[in-house]
Design a protein around this ligand. Structure first.
Ligand code: SF4
Length: 908
């Protein structure tokens, strides 16, 4: 290619690279394409740091997956062949979910693995729990001591006293298998502070408890909130929303806050929190009135006749009569009613409603966290949203919304132990009959209420002291050695919960562990391999590695090997545990990690054949490419599989709700007013605090040590509308005291029209802390002092903000920010929805100017009040506790780890 005169001069002066210079991959005058996987072990590129010198560096590119949010995007680790270290992470173009792209959190994995404060060795506490004194121990000691405690617990016959509590999951059944091998009903999750509201709503329709929107092919993209698209499935969904919009799709975002996604929308509807159901039912009525429904889909796949039979037995069982009766049933859901409940103009209700009503089979919808996890009755938001898909016939269609399980690969494991022979009532208390899933956020209160205790408690990449509401109750529970016999924190990095552990065991980050991933990020089905990249690099270099800890930094283990080793040691030869950890390939010998994955990948449909084309086996293929597309598209599976509900259809009418004591919820309705509905607030003096949104560059607990991410976002001010700011007499940067039901905190304000009047917002991903005796996360944590001020009251005060420090990373001494934000979750009372079990995150708050001695970052909480407040919410569930046929919960509903069937029944 001929160069212009200017280009030639610029090349000569080295202002731009030598465009004609042949580089090592052989390309001459074109921009180089992505390196071919066959060259991934021998990739050469120029060192950007050395510019303008032309210094070549040699890399081995090893695929793995990101561990920073659930969606497990593909990454390529650039392993420097000379130093043997990871130099950077970029996207893996062979990953069908992320297609070569990452959000900011993916490449920031390099910060996490190079964090100078990370935990490198097993630690055991010395002194009292929470005192901050630690002793380095060897893995052997940790494994021996912990396995002895577990063995002692199992030998009592208890099935509910060894518990694994997971924060960030992502290993597709590995630990569930381990718990089954131990025979315990010991799986706990974070689901009910996250997705259980929406899951309940979806589950009532079709058992599948999550949606998978096909944004790329949609005509209308309807998002209730932005959380998923800006924070969780950020990258895979964001790129597909953009694709859809480029092809002409309209984007509608419903959110009281102008999120990044809302700012890109064609229609932003800032509804009052909890009113979304009213809006969707008004739109449902518009669809019915205009006869824009998909008669064929409804007639064949929805149990509308069951509703007629139950509520209108004397009416003719015709489809026409069903529509007429439904219009009568929904007569109250007029656009005027929706506008009034949502506090938005009626024109907006009608205008956006017209767009939805005319979407036909290409309506992709989603609700994640946000309204569904914010409000009392939030589950009905998901149920009403899915009704729009049902009416438009956009369930399972191209451009529509499918059940997520259609796109999720479920691995076949080499050994399936029996289901546990017991039921853990600390996880599924009998009064929460429909909870999705474990009632984890009320665990400290259940224990305080004398409803059980735990012998051995694993927290795994899980930080409830900080991420959950009512953190002081968690501290109190964890400090009590009578209620929690032994607490083991499995974590790659320090967190507020690990401060209260007996053992802190260092686990690997994304590039230091094995996992199988598969998520419904699009309309296809894929499987991906999170692999420890230095182990794969060593293998490529011909070195034999037995355990991943041999190549990980310090003595960082990977969990899979930890569980295998621990399980082996628990069994004294009489317990039948070891038999579940035997090689499927070598008779009578312990399984290796490679064998585990080999077995699973050999059973992925089509993978062995694809591997053979490259002269590889299935494991070899996954090591090389990191991901495999199992199905291009997964539409319309109900035509072969039907729906796994009691009626075998989409359940417009739920007999389950009737049987379990909630007959008023037999069909989608707006029967529950949120606890933050204007009728439940005390006039204009009370506000709704919206805490459940994230800054897109942060995850809950593990981004505080990612310096690039922290530099972008490190504060969580109170979003307040100018009208409310005027009313309160505050302006930008002023302090505000926010009083919740159980305490208060002091934060600065950000005056913005990006939040609805009457609502204040505060992201709950900032405000990390450590006490003087604690370590870690100094990029983002304030040093605080915690004081027991009597009567159950606890006070937290910031001693100092963020400051630079000397370390082997020069960047730690270049920190320019001083503000680490404010911990607000700890002032929130638990508010368990009596139906879904979800924590209702939104808080009723009073706002005022703080007094002179109340400073920025101050927090105070009354733990006695929080216990009493919990009991009031708990009472709502108890009042409706109903067990038809003695069933603890509907037999058809999911549990992540299901015990034997006989335990699904309440004993007489
Ligand atoms: S969206 Fe971002 S954080 Fe989530 S897996 Fe992908 S790269 Fe990682």
């Amino acid at each position: 290619m001929a160069r212009t005169f200017i280009e030639k001069i610029a090349q000569k002066m080295r202002i731009i690279p030598d465009l004609d210079r042949a580089h090592s991959s052989g390309s001459t005058d074109e921009l180089r394409k992505y390196p071919n996987p066959d060259d991934w072990h021998d990739h050469v590129e120029l060192d950007a740091q050395e510019w303008p010198k032309m210094v070549e560096r040699r890399f081995s590119l090893v695929p793995t997956t990101c561990f920073n949010c659930e969606s497990a995007c593909g990454m390529l680790a650039y392993v420097d062949k000379d130093t043997g270290e990871v130099a950077k992470f970029e996207g893996n173009p062979h990953h069908p979910g992320s297609r070569g792209r990452n959000c900011a959190k993916g490449p920031a994995t390099i910060n996490q693995i190079n964090d100078t404060e990370r935990i490198l060795y097993p630690l055991k506490r010395v002194g009292k729990r929470g005192e901050g004194k630690w002793q380095r121990i060897y893995w052997d000691q940790a494994l021996d001591e912990i396995s002895t405690k577990i063995r002692a617990s199992l030998k009592t016959g208890a099935k509910d006293k060894v518990v694994y509590h997971v924060g960030r999951p992502g290993n597709e059944g590995y630990v569930e298998r381990v718990l089954k091998a131990w025979g315990v009903d010991g799986h706990n999750s974070h689901t009910n502070i996250c997705s259980s509201g929406a899951r309940t709503g979806y589950s009532l329709w079709h058992k599948h408890d999550r949606p998978s929107p096909d944004h790329s092919n949609a005509k209308v993209i309807l998002l209730t909130s932005s959380h998923l698209e800006t924070g969780h499935y950020f990258n895979p969904h964001a790129q597909r929303i953009l694709e859809g919009m480029i092809d002409g799709a309209k984007l509608i975002v419903i959110d009281p806050r102008l999120s990044n996604t809302a700012s890109m929308a064609d229609h932003w509807l800032p509804t009052w929190p909890g009113s979304e159901t009213a809006l969707f039912l008004a739109w449902a009525r518009m669809i019915l009135e205009r006869e824009l429904y998909d008669r064929d889909f409804i007639e064949n796949w929805v149990n509308w006749e069951d509703w007629l039979q139950a509520d209108h037995p004397d009416e003719p069982k015709t489809f026409e009569r069903f529509v007429e009766l439904l219009l009568e049933e929904y007569a109250e859901y007029t656009p005027e009613f929706a506008a009034s409940e949502c506090r938005i103009p009626i024109e907006q209700v009608i205008e956006a409603g017209e767009v939805v009503a005319n979407a036909g089979s290409r309506l992709s919808t989603h609700v994640w966290r946000s309204a569904a996890i914010g409000n009392l009755g939030g589950w009905q938001v998901a149920r009403a949203l899915h009704l729009l898909n049902v009416l438009t016939g956009s369930v399972g269609t191209e451009g529509g919304t499918s059940p997520n399980s259609w796109s999720k690969f479920s691995p076949e494991l080499f050994d399936e132990p029996e289901a546990p022979d017991g039921w853990n009532e600390l996880h599924f208390p009998p009064e929460y009959t429909l909870a999705h899933y474990e009632m984890s956020h009320i665990l400290p209160h259940l224990i305080r209420d004398g409803r059980g205790e735990i012998d051995v408690y694993f927290t795994r990449v899980f930080n409830p002291v900080w991420t959950y509401p009512d953190g002081f109750s968690w501290m109190r529970m964890l400090e009590g050695e009578d209620s929690i016999g032994c607490h083991i924190a499995l974590t790659p990095t320090w967190n507020e919960t690990a401060f209260f552990a007996d053992y802190v065991l260092p686990m690997g980050h994304a590039s230091e562990r094995h996992d199988i991933n598969s998520y419904a990020t699009s309309a296809g089905k894929w499987v991906a391999f999170r692999q420890p990249v230095l182990r794969e690099f060593a293998r490529r270099e011909g070195r034999d590695v037995k355990f991943t800890s041999e190549v990980n930094p310090g003595e960082v283990w990977e969990e899979d090997e930890f569980w295998n080793e621990l399980s082996w040691r628990i069994d004294d030869g009489t317990m039948g545990i070891r038999e579940h950890f035997m090689s499927p390939y070598r008779e009578g010998e312990k399984i290796t990690i490679d064998e585990y994955y080999q077995y699973t990948f050999e059973r992925v449909p089509g993978l062995t054949e694809a591997a053979a084309e490259e002269g590889l086996d299935a494991l070899g293929y996954m090591r090389k490419h990191g991901a495999f597309l199992i199905e291009e598209s997964t539409y319309s599976k109900h035509e072969e599989e039907g729906w796994p509900t009691p009626s075998g259809k989409q359940e417009f009418y739920s007999n389950t709700m009737v049987e379990f004591g909630y007959p008023e919820h037999s069909i989608p309705h707006y029967r529950v007013k949120s606890h933050v509905h204007p009728d439940n607030l005390q006039g204009e003096d009370e506000y709704c605090l919206l805490p459940n949104f994230r800054l897109p560059q942060h995850i809950h607990s593990r981004s505080a040590n990612a310096k690039w991410l922290v530099e972008i976002g490190h504060r969580n001010p109170i979003w307040i509308h100018p009208k409310d700011a005027d009313k309160l007499g505050v302006s930008e940067g002023d302090l505000l005291k926010i009083e919740t039901e159980i305490g208060w905190f002091v934060d600065k304000v950000w005056v913005t029209e990006g939040i609805k009047p009457g609502v204040v917002g505060c992201s709950h991903h900032i405000g990390r802390w450590r006490r003087s005796q604690d370590q870690g996360n100094k990029f983002l944590s304030n040093e605080v002092q915690i004081e027991d001020i009597g009567g159950g009251k606890q006070k937290m005060r910031t001693v100092s903000g963020v400051s630079p420090w000397e370390s082997e990373d020069p960047d730690t001494n270049r920190i320019w920010w001083r503000d680490g934000g404010v911990h607000q979750n700890i002032t929130h009372a638990v508010q368990p929805d009596p139906i879904s079990g979800a924590h209702c995150w939104l808080q009723k708050v009073r706002l005022s100017r703080p007094s002179k001695d109340e400073k920025y970052g101050d927090v105070e909480v009354d733990t006695e009040k929080s216990f009493e407040y919990y009991k009031r919410w708990n009472e709502m569930a108890k009042q409706r506790e109903t067990h038809p046929r003695r069933e603890r919960r509907p037999l058809w509903m999911k549990r992540p780890l299901s015990p034997k069937m006989e335990h699904w029944y309440i004993e007489d």
